[in-house]
Design a protein around this ligand. Structure first.
Ligand code: 1Q0
Length: 215
């Protein structure tokens, strides 16, 4: 074990993790995908306890996937592609309603996948924003365009309240621990295409197998 938990957050490291996600033939490694999310959760935790209802759920999903990955059938959970094939071939996914497999890898990863779209939209807004733009507005716009469509009213309400207490853009950039705001912007410019690619590949795969509405 290392002391990752105590290290200062660096957005660059997190985004680098996402860049490790893609294999040569464009499969998505679950190990790095999950590691990327761990880093993001660490960042979110450093923003304060209002976000803990969000990070608790994210951590729960990360742990479900890590357990599969480290479990006896772990080889099948090496990539998202192999997971989908394995779980579908073996009838390990509840397709219509939550039943025998309420925590399948496929439905669990889908939740993070939808959140990745939020991340993409939010980071793109951050990247192109001017100094006086409000992070709360950027965050809720990104949320409304993505995750919100999958969330019940009560969760949307709670999320909206959490967004209101997000720190301003300058603090945000500082916590990212990347350097000047020009450096942040350029790093986001490098990282975003990677995140998009991971998102698009997963989206296509899920669409192909009609898994985008898994309960
Ligand atoms: C920094 C602000 C973070 C804002 C995160 C936006 C997401 C809001 C989501 C709020 C809902 C969470 C409560 C639980 C919802 C579940 O019902 C839902 C569905 O799961 P299920 O099992 O009930 O079907 N779960 C989800 O939709 C998963 C949500 C995961 C959210 C993961 C967010 C991780 C956050 C990372 C912060 C990244 C910081 C971004 C800035 C990066 C630049 C340094």
């Amino acid at each position: 074990a290392n002391s990752v938990e105590e290290q200062k957050f660096s957005l660059k490291e997190v985004l680098d993790t996402f860049s490790l996600c893609l294999s040569e033939n464009k499969e998505v490694y679950i190990e790095h995908y999950v590691e990327g999310w761990r880093g993001l959760v660490r960042f979110m935790n450093s923003l304060g306890s209002v976000f803990s209802f969000i990070s608790k759920d994210a951590v729960n999903k990360i742990e479900i996937l890590a357990k599969f990955f480290n479990g006896e059938n772990g080889t099948h959970y090496s990539t998202i592609q192999s997971m989908v094939k394995y779980e579908l071939d073996n009838g390990l996914v509840d397709l219509a309603k939550r039943d025998k497999y309420p925590e399948s890898g496929c439905r669990t990863l889908l939740r993070l996948h939808r959140a990745l779209r939020w991340l993409e939209l939010f980071l793109e807004r951050l990247r192109t924003s001017s100094e006086d733009c409000k992070t709360s507005v950027m965050c809720s716009e990104a949320y409304n365009e993505s995750l919100a469509q999958h969330h019940a009213w009560i969760i949307r309400k709670a999320a909206g309240m959490a967004f209101c207490v997000l720190p301003g853009r300058p603090t945000f950039f500082e916590v990212m621990n990347v350097g000047t705001s020009e450096q942040v912007v350029s790093m986001l410019g490098d990282a975003l295409p990677l995140i998009s690619e991971v998102y698009d590949i997963t989206e296509k795969l899920y669409a192909q197998h009609e898994l985008l509405q898994l309960p």
